[in-house]
Design a protein around this ligand. Structure first.
Ligand SMILES: [Zn+2]
Ligand SMILES: [Zn+2]
Length: 356
């Protein structure tokens, strides 16, 4: 057989490597699913958010941090067996090779490269190309097919610098020393990033935590993320909370729980805070545009950086991004995967919590 025919035979069609099915992205040749939304025999997981990392699988392959977060949230028996993999490490699974690369989304988050006979697909999970002191920076990986999310896949979404948003928060704290500042933030990733940014901005007073985010925040500290003096808000006296900052899950900042704070200023750290109506609707006094997802410029720059000829778009605002790809001469299609975008900045989280 000539080498030419060989090349022709060995180059695989991407759909033979990864296929969207009800349970998630399926790799038949490797015998696994990526971020399955239903229990499967073998799961390969991008990061710890609950819409991607679910309990009940047979075997789970993920970074050590993702495995630890799953254990913290679901208990020791969240899967039958687990295997940790490092960024850059190559692993043979069935007929494919799998490699993890940093996704810059939350601690331990990874893009998953699946390669077979010269065809390379990268499933990026959730990602951002913006700087984040709490996790390894995003790495663009050259590939044939890039699978991208589209949470903020509209040109109106431009997040700006997170450090500037944190300065706004600090300005408000010094303007209202008699009031407490309550910052709504998702408990895995966003909360720790806001705390780290406050420390980098020079804020060294104790920062208070809602009980629901203590475990995961302590875990970040145990992995060497510098977060300074953190205290439990439980048991703190109302008067002592004047002039302080407390991080809490988004739903807590609008309920009865806030009565323990003196005249609280309510802030919310989310990419959706770019939309004023959303902030108003939630009763957010101080919107902070801080997102752990790539904005429009981040999504399009990343697609270009991967040099992929084909793009598959998963959860979020697929249409605009698919259209942008086709104007750039790239083959693109929405994957219509169901079940993502529920934990962090997905639409559902916001509408649900907006009602309370
Ligand atoms: Zn996520
Ligand atoms: Zn997600």
């Amino acid at each position: 057989m000539s080498s030419q025919t060989n090349l022709y035979i060995t180059k695989m069609r991407p759909q033979e490597i990864l296929m969207p099915v009800t349970a998630g992205l399926c790799c038949k040749l490797g015998g696994f699913h990526i971020d399955p939304v239903r229990p499967v025999e073998r799961a390969v997981i991008t990061h710890g958010h609950s819409d991607h990392a679910r309990p009940g699988h047979g075997a789970v392959l993920a970074t050590q941090e993702t495995l630890d977060m799953m254990r913290l949230r679901y208990g020791d028996n969240f899967a039958r067996t687990t295997q940790a993999i490092r960024y850059g490490e190559k692993l043979r699974l069935g007929d494919v090779t799998v490699r993890f690369h940093p996704a810059g989304h939350v601690l331990g988050s990874a893009q998953i490269e699946v390669a077979c006979n010269g065809t390379r697909i990268v499933a990026s999970g959730d990602y951002k190309d913006a700087v984040d002191p709490t996790c390894a920076p995003f790495e663009a990986v050259h590939c044939d097919v890039f699978i991208t999310e589209a949470t903020f896949g509209l040109p109106v979404f431009r997040h700006g610098g997170a450090a500037d948003e944190v300065k706004k928060l600090l300005a408000s704290v010094s303007l209202f020393p008699e009031r407490a500042h309550l910052v709504g933030a998702y408990s895995l990733g966003k909360a720790q990033r806001v705390i780290a940014l406050l420390r980098i901005a020079g804020y060294d007073a104790p920062i208070y935590l809602h009980g629901a985010m203590e475990k995961i925040t302590r875990y970040y500290q145990s992995r060497g993320v510098a977060l300074g003096d953190l205290r439990s808000v439980k048991g703190a006296k109302k008067a002592d909370l004047a002039g302080t900052i407390t991080l809490a899950p988004p739903t807590a900042t609008s309920d009865i729980w806030t009565r323990r704070f003196p005249d609280p200023v309510t802030a919310f750290a989310s990419g959706w805070m770019r939309v004023r109506a959303r902030a108003r609707q939630r009763g957010v006094e101080l919107p902070l545009v801080i997102s752990d997802h790539a904005d429009w410029d981040g999504l399009t720059a990343t697609i270009e950086a991967t040099a992929a000829g084909e793009v598959w778009v998963t959860h979020g605002q697929e249409d605009a991004l698919v259209h942008w790809c086709t104007t750039k001469g790239l083959a693109a299609r929405p994957l219509d995967l169901v079940g993502y975008g529920e934990e962090d900045e997905g639409e559902t989280t916001l509408s649900e919590s907006g009602e309370t």
